[in-house]
Design a protein around this ligand. Structure first.
Ligand code: NAD
Length: 524
C-alpha cells in the first residue's frame, strides 16, 4: 500500500511474465459485428497484478518529481501519438466493439483535448495553495496546502468506450503525478493494450502506465494492490468494488449506471428535440451511461414529437460499416447486454407498450438490436426503471411540466439528463432535475465540457470526473504549517505555569468573535 515500499522480490518472481494461473483460460475476444473470434488474450493472475502495481509504484516518485510541466511533456507525446495513429487505434476498437466509425472516432479526439485541458490547468487545480490564517493566534504561522498524488491509481473500465473510460481517467491521474494500472473490460481489451504498448515502446514513456487483463478476479486483485480505485461500470459491480476496497480502506471513485430522462416542454423546438432524442438514444447503439432512455413530453407537444422521433429513428441505417458504406447504428458490444435489452423490451410489450419502430433483435450474423421507440410505457416497466443500455427509448405523455419533472426525478439513478424548451424556461426546469449534469436544448454535450465536473447522484456514483475535482481526487492534501518566528518556547508548551495558563485563558476568549460582540454590546 501507500507506504512507499515496493512489493517483495517474491511477489515479483511468482508473477513472472504475468502468466495465468493453471486452468485460467485466455479471454477470447469476438467481433460483435460478425460474431467471429479476433484474438485471445492471456489473463493476468492476482500475483501478476500485484507485481505490475509494485513495478510502477517503484517508478512513481521519479514521475512525481518531474513536476506538472515535465509530466505534461510526456502526456503531450501521448496526445500526438493518438492523433497520428488514430486510424490504427480506431480499426482495433471498431473490431472489438462493433461500433460504427463515427461513434468510435470521438475517442482519440476527446483524449487529446483532455491531455491539453489538464496539462494547462493542473497548476491552477493542484498547485500549492497559500492560506491566510483566520485567527490571530496563528499569525506567526505560514499556512500552505500541497497536493500529493496517490502513488498508484487503479482504473477498472467497461466496454462501451474502451479508451475514453480508461485513458480518460488515467490522464488526470498521471498529470497529478500518480502511476496508473488499468484493467479494461474483458470484452474490449485490445485497443487499450495497443495504446499502452505504444506508450512503452513507441513513445518511450516512463514506466508508470500499464494494463492488466482479465475478468472480475483480476479487477479484485487490482483493488487489493492500489492506493485509489477509479471504477466505471454497473452499479452492481460498483457495490462489490467498494466493499472490497473497504477491506484495505482504499478510497474509490465510482462512475456507475444511469437512466437518463429527457423532458420536452410544450414551447420546445420539436424538430431539434426529436433529432436530439434519436441521436442521444441511439448513438453508440444506446450503450452510453448518459444515453437518453426515458422521455417525458408535455401534452400539447406529444403527438408531433413522437411522430418526428419515430420517423428519424426508423430511417437510421444499422450494420457493420466501412468507409464505402457508412452506417448510423452499430452492433451491441456485449451479448450479456443484448439479453438485458431484449428482456426490457419484451417486458414492456407484454405489459401493454407499443413499439412504433424496432422492437426486436436482428437475425445474425453479429449482435444487433433494432433502434426502438416505445410508447404507452409507464414506471412499472423495467424499460422505464432499470438501465437498458441499448438502442431503445420509452416516451411518456406528461400532463404538464411539473408532472414531467416528477417522473424524470422518479428514479434510483441520477447521472445526467436534458430539458428542451424555450431557453430560460428550460433552464429553470433543468435546475430542478436531480442529477449530476443536465443539458439544456442538447444531449450528451456536458461530457465534452471537461471544464465542469460530472458525477452521478443517487445510485449513479460517488465522486467526479472532469473539472477541478476530476484531478484533485487523485491527490491527498498535505497541510504544511510553518513557524515564521518564535522564541525558545511557545506559550502553550511546558511548563504549565500559572502565568502561561492565564495568558491562554485570556487570549482565546479575546479572539473569540462571540465574546468580542458581547463586550461591544452587540447581539448574537
Ligand atoms: P460491469 O460492471 O459488468 O464491468 C465493469 C468492469 O468491472 C469490467 O472491467 C469488469 O471486468 C470489472 N469487474 C467485474 N466484476 C468485478 C469485481 N468483482 N471486481 C472488480 N472488477 C470487476 O460493467 P460493463 O457491463 O462493463 O459496463 C456497462 C456499465 O457501465 C453500465 O451500467 C453503464 O452505465 C456503466 N457506465 C458508466 C459510466 C459513467 O461514467 N457513469 C460510463 C460508462 C459506462
Amino acid at each position: 500500500m501507500e507506504s512507499g515500499t515496493a512489493a517483495t522480490g517474491n511477489d515479483v518472481s511468482e508473477a513472472a511474465n504475468g502468466a495465468a494461473p493453471a486452468g485460467e483460460p485466455p479471454i477470447e475476444v469476438l467481433n460483435p459485428a460478425t460474431g467471429q473470434p479476433i484474438a485471445k488474450v492471456p489473463v493476468d493472475s492476482p500475483a501478476a497484478v500485484a507485481a505490475t502495481v509494485a513495478r510502477v509504484r517503484a517508478n512513481q516518485a521519479d514521475w512525481e518529481a518531474m513536476g506538472i510541466e515535465g509530466r505534461y511533456h510526456w502526456l503531450g507525446k501521448l496526445r500526438d501519438w493518438l492523433l497520428d495513429n488514430s486510424d490504427r487505434v480506431l480499426d482495433t476498437m471498431q473490431l472489438e466493439t462493433g461500433k460504427v466509425r463515427a461513434d468510435a472516432s470521438n475517442e482519440p479526439a476527446y483524449l487529446a483535448d483532455l491531455i491539453n485541458f489538464y496539462g494547462t490547468k493542473a497548476a491552477k487545480f493542484i498547485g500549492e495553495e497559500s492560506v491566510r490564517p483566520h485567527s490571530p493566534l496563528m499569525a506567526a504561522k505560514k499556512l500552505r496546502v500541497q497536493y500529493r498524488p496517490h502513488q498508484v491509481v487503479g482504473i477498472i473500465s467497461p466496454w462501451n468506450f474502451p479508451l475514453i473510460l480508461a485513458l480518460g481517467d488515467a490522464i488526470p491521474a498521471l498529470q497529478a503525478g500518480a502511476a496508473v494500472v488499468i484493467k479494461p473490460s474483458e470484452f474490449t481489451p485490445l485497443g487499450l493494450a495497443e495504446v499502452v504498448e505504444a506508450w512503452k515502446r513507441e513513445i518511450g514513456g516512463p514506466d508508470v502506465l500499464d494494463c492488466v487483463q482479465g475478468t472480475g478476479e483480476t479487477g479484485g486483485a487490482l483493488v487489493d494492490a492500489v492506493d485509489f480505485i477509479q471504477f466505471t461500470g454497473s452499479d452492481r459491480t460498483g457495490r462489490k468494488v467498494m466493499a472490497r476496497a473497504a477491506e484495505t480502506l482504499t478510497p474509490v471513485s465510482l462512475e456507475l449506471g444511469g437512466k437518463d430522462p429527457m423532458i420536452v416542454l410544450a414551447d420546445a423546438d420539436i424538430d431539434r428535440a426529436a433529432n436530439a432524442a434519436a441521436w442521444g438514444g441511439m448513438m453508440n447503439s444506446g450503450q452510453i451511461c448518459m444515453s437518453v432512455e426515458r422521455i417525458y413530453v408535455e401534452e400539447p407537444a406529444y403527438d408531433e414529437f413522437v411522430a418526428k422521433l419515430t420517423q428519424e429513428v426508423a430511417g437510421l441505417r444499422q450494420g457493420s460499416d466501412d468507409a464505402r458504406s457508412p452506417k448510423d447504428v452499430g452492433a451491441m458490444t456485449s451479448p450479456k447486454q443484448t439479453a438485458i435489452v431484449e428482456d426490457h423490451v419484451n417486458d414492456a410489450l407484454a405489459s401493454g407498450a407499443r413499439a412504433l419502430t424496432g422492437g426486436k433483435r436482428v437475425d445474425g450474423p453479429g449482435d444487433y438490436f433494432e433502434p426502438t421507440v416505445l410508447v404507452d410505457v409507464d414506471h412499472s416497466m423495467k424499460v422505464m426503471r432499470d438501465e437498458t443500455f441499448g438502442p431503445v427509448v420509452g416516451v411518456m405523455r406528461a400532463r404538464d411540466e411539473e408532472e414531467a419533472l416528477r417522473l424524470a426525478n422518479d428514479s434510483r439513478y441520477g447521472l445526467s439528463g436534458s430539458v428542451f424548451g424555450e431557453k430560460d424556461h428550460a433552464e429553470q426546469i433543468a435546475r430542478r432535475v436531480e442529477c449530476g449534469a443536465v443539458n439544456v436544448n442538447d444531449v450528451l454535450a456536458n461530457y465534452l465540457a471537461s471544464d465542469v465536473p460530472m458525477g452521478g447522484w443517487k445510485e449513479s456514483g460517488i465522486g467526479y470526473r472532469h473539472g477541478e475535482p476530476g484531478i484533485k481526487k487523485y491527490c491527498r492534501t498535505e497541510s504544511v504549517v510553518i513557524t515564521r518566528f518564535g522564541g525558545k518556547r511557545e506559550p502553550t508548551w511546558y511548563p504549565y505555569t500559572r502565568g502561561r495558563r492565564g495568558l491562554i485563558a485570556r487570549l482565546v476568549p479575546f479572539f473569540n468573535a462571540r465574546d468580542l460582540k458581547r463586550r461591544l454590546g452587540l447581539r448574537g
